[in-house]
Structure formats: C-alpha cells, structure tokens
Design a protein around this ligand. Structure first.
Ligand code: ADP
Ligand code: MG
Length: 458
C-alpha cells in the first residue's frame, strides 16, 4: 500500500486525534489541484477549491463534485491533467474519477438536472457580463428561462461566432431546470440533431427519435445554420417545431445570422423562426470586454488590475473566445514561472506570441502539413484542377497562410499556382465561414495549426 494510502486509512482508524492523517490527504490533494492547474491553465478554475476527496486508496483517487455539470466538465476536459498531476505529486500511477459528492448536504449552489443535459458549469447567467451589445438577448433569455413557453416562443438568438450565444443558451437551461424541477429539457447542437435524425433513419427508429424530441418541455438547438442544405432534416425539424409549438412548449434557437439570411433554409422554417422574438448579439464594446476579462480572471481565481484588463481588451476586440485565450496565455506564463501578472508579463505574453508566429512560419511549412494531411501533392494545389479533393486543401492552405504568416494575398496566391488576390480572399472567407458553422472544420483547422506552429522548420 502506498504511503499516502495508508495515511488515508489511518484517518479512518484514528479520527479522534488523527488530524495529521487528514491533513496529509488534504495537503496532497491541494498539491494535485495546483499541479493540475499548471498543467492545463485553460481549464483551471477557482471552484476547484470546492472539490473534495471521496476516496484515495489502492491507486485510485475519487474526487467529489458539487453537481453533475462539474462532473461532466471535469471528465470531459480535465481527466488527463488531473491524472498526470496525481502521478507527478505522488510518484505513483493513480486513476482519477469524478462523481457527485452525495454525502455532502447540497447547498443553494447545487444544480440538479438530468445528467443527459450536458451543460458547461461556467455558462450561467451569473457569469455572463451584460452590456449594450447583448442586453436584449440576455433579457430575453432570462425571461424565457423564468417562464418557458409563456413569453417569447420561439426565441431566436443570433450573432457572430464567439459572442456568447452558447453561453446564454446553457444559462437558460440551468435556470429553467432550477425553477421547474420536473421539466424535460433537451439541449443539443444542430449537428447533433441532424446526426441523430440520420442515425434514427438508418436504424429504422424514426418513431423513437420523434417521441424523444416531441415530448420535451424545452427544446434548445444551438447553431441552426447547420440545417442549411439538409432538406430531410429541415423537414423533420419543421414537424418537431410544430408539435412542440402547438403544445405550448418552449423552443430556443441560435444561429450565426438571422433566419432570413441562413442560406437555403426553407421559407416555412424562416417564417416560423420569426414568429417569436429574434434577437441579436453584437461584438462587445471596450467597457464590456474589460468587464468580461475581469469576470473570466475571477473564475480562474486571478485578480488582475484594470490596467491589464484594459490592455487585453484593447488587444483583442472581435471575439470573446479569443479574449479568453489571451487571458489563458497570460495565466499560463504566470503560473509556470511563478510570476505575478503585471503589465509587462501581459505584453510579453500577447505580443511575443504574435511575433513568434509571424517570424517562424513559412508558407512551405503550411503546404507541407496540409498536403500530407490530405494526401495530395503540391503540384496538384498549384494546378488548375477544381475537384473538391484539391480545392479544399488549396483553400485551407490559403486560409492558414493568411492567418499564420504576414504574406500578402498576392504572395499567397503566387505560391499556390499564381492565383490572384481575389481568389485568395474568396478562399479565406469561405473557409472562415465553414469553420464557424462546422465543428469538424474548426477542429481540423486547429489541428493543422497546432502541427504547423509546433513544428516550424526555421
Ligand atoms: P458563440 O456560441 O456565440 O460562438 P460562446 O457562447 O461559445 O459563443 O462564447 C465564447 C466564450 O465567450 C465563452 O467562453 C463564453 O463564456 C464567453 N462569453 C461570451 N459572451 C460573454 C459575456 N457577455 N460574458 C461573459 N462571457 C462571455
Ligand atoms: Mg456557440
């Protein structure tokens, strides 16, 4: 038995005056948490402090969480960093698992909901900063969450990527679930809806699919622009919509554009989406961005000055996801070097990154990674071929070159068979759009970018 395991058992045997043993387990666990935060700064949260040791023996560490949302978040995002941290701190192989701490008396913060609802624990109304850019969308979501089916139905929230649509939709689910104990809430991405529909057809279980979606109290579907060019799914969605609407059930939708601007969306769906309230989220103002940086820092247990928050907010303006990325970068440097976060550190973290990227990456690096991923040759990319299997990698090369190097549109076109700048521009906007609507493309671009940036030739 490992020394820490025996320490933990001692605590059971000698609880009366065995404070030392308890402390040891707690101290070890605190070290593990610190290490896990350092290993994965992007997912480090202040609420890690509320986690408890459920058991810690036989090479297995059970971690108790206040609710199902945190269990899911930790399992999905933090299992490997916690496992590595536990291994590094104890010097032994440790398996880690997360479960709701059922011994604990649940306090007001406890969120009870169906485990099938996969919600991000950060995405609550409490953690959402309200400003002029999102005030209406926020207010509508609050109203709907307080009285599903009775206010705006459907509620349609739209805006560009990274402005908080998914966050608001999760917040509605949390709140609706808190208010209505037995309400059946279904939250899913549109892609998920389409995939489940296709699977149901393949398995000959359309009835099962229909009863699953037509009997809920609240149906939330994120990123409905994904319905474009999916005729059969649109048809099914139309009937689902009608069934729910006619029964007074709440429907909440999000998309990257208003209903009428979603390409090839059926007219009858556009008209239904407009029945209720359509509300837009705009890019946040400077003041809102500062407040968001502060909020996100607070969630990570950091306190940063207004000056630094202001610096980050000036540096990143279009997208809140990137704002968070910038904060994570700063946090990562601070935690690995044990430095306090000051303006200089923030500047090095953000400026250093942009310059390093621009200095080291060449178009050749990008082409190498992309051609090897798609199994095509450079000569094909440079040729006049227009088949999908060649066009897509070519456009991805252009997009990545535009984003990762400082080459002009003309130079990028020159490397890829002497194409002119409008072709490159078109490719960049096309890939950018697909990226925003298709998680697979998003993941692919992230993966390629990682390969390119982690392995520069120069
Ligand atoms: P979208 O679904 O519109 O692409 P998300 O909801 O995924 O955007 O938001 C991206 C990130 O920005 C999330 O981490 C989210 O918490 C954060 N975010 C967006 N708007 C706000 C806000 N007003 N307050 C706090 N965080 C926000
Ligand atoms: Mg989203």
């Amino acid at each position: 038995m490992f020394w820490w395991a025996s320490a933990f058992h001692m605590e059971h045997r000698f609880t009366k005056d065995g404070g030392v043993a308890t402390r040891e387990v707690e101290d070890i666990f605190a070290d593990i948490l610190d290490r896990a935060k350092a290993l994965d700064p992007a997912n480090a949260r202040k609420w890690f402090e509320n986690l408890m040791v459920l058991h810690f023996d036989g090479g297995s560490l059970g971690i108790g969480c206040p609710d199902e949302a945190t269990v899911q978040f930790l399992r999905d995002n933090c299992k490997s960093s916690f496992t590595r941290a536990a291994q590094q701190i104890t010097g032994h192989l440790v398996t880690v698992d997360f479960n709701v701490d059922t011994n604990k008396k649940f306090d007001a913060g406890y969120r009870r909901y169906q485990p099938s609802l996969r919600l991000h624990p950060d995405y609550t109304f409490e953690n959402f900063v309200v400003g002029p850019s999102n005030r209406l969308a926020h207010a509508s979501c609050v109203a709907v969450s307080q009285s599903p089916g009775n206010t705006y139905n459907p509620l349609f929230v739209y805006g560009s990527s990274g402005l908080g649509k998914t966050h608001l939709l999760h917040a509605v689910c949390f709140e609706a679930q808190r208010r209505l104990d037995n309400a059946i809430i279904q939250f899913l991405s549109c892609e998920d809806f389409v995939n489940r529909f296709i699977r149901a057809i393949e398995e000959g279980n359309l009835a099962g699919f229909q009863s699953q979606f037509r009997t809920v109290d609240v149906l939330v579907i994120d990123d409905v622009q994904f319905l474009r060019e999916r005729e059969h799914s649109q048809e099914e969605f139309f009937h689902t919509f009608n069934a729910l609407y006619n029964n007074g059930k709440q429907i909440i939708l999000s998309a990257d554009s208003p209903p009428g601007k979603i390409p090839s969306l059926e007219e009858r769906l556009i008209s239904r989406f407009n029945w209720g309230l359509v509300t837009r989220i705009d890019p946040p103002s400077y003041e809102t961005r500062v407040a968001i940086v502060q909020k996100k820092a607070h969630l990570r247990g950091l306190s940063i000055s207004d000056e630094i928050a202001g610096y980050i907010a000036r540096k990143v303006h279009a997208n809140i996801r990137e704002l968070e990325g910038a904060l994570t970068k700063i946090y990562a440097i601070a935690i690995t070097n044990g430095q306090v976060i000051d303006l200089e550190l923030a500047q090095t973290a953000l400026e250093g990154h942009i310059e390093a990227t621009a200095r080291h990456i060449s178009i050749i690096d990008i082409i190498e990674v992309v051609t090897s991923h798609f199994g095509v040759r450079l000569a094909d990319l440079q040729s006049k071929k227009r088949s999908q299997s060649i066009t897509e990698p070519r456009q991805i090369c252009m997009y990545l070159a535009r984003n990762l190097t400082r080459h002009s549109l003309e130079e990028i076109g020159g490397h890829l068979g002497g194409r002119d700048h409008t072709t490159v521009m078109h490719a960049c906007s096309k890939i950018g759009q697909v990226k925003d609507s298709d998680p697979k493309m998003n993941a692919l671009l992230n993966d390629l970018t990682k390969q390119i940036t982690q392995n520069p030739r120069a």
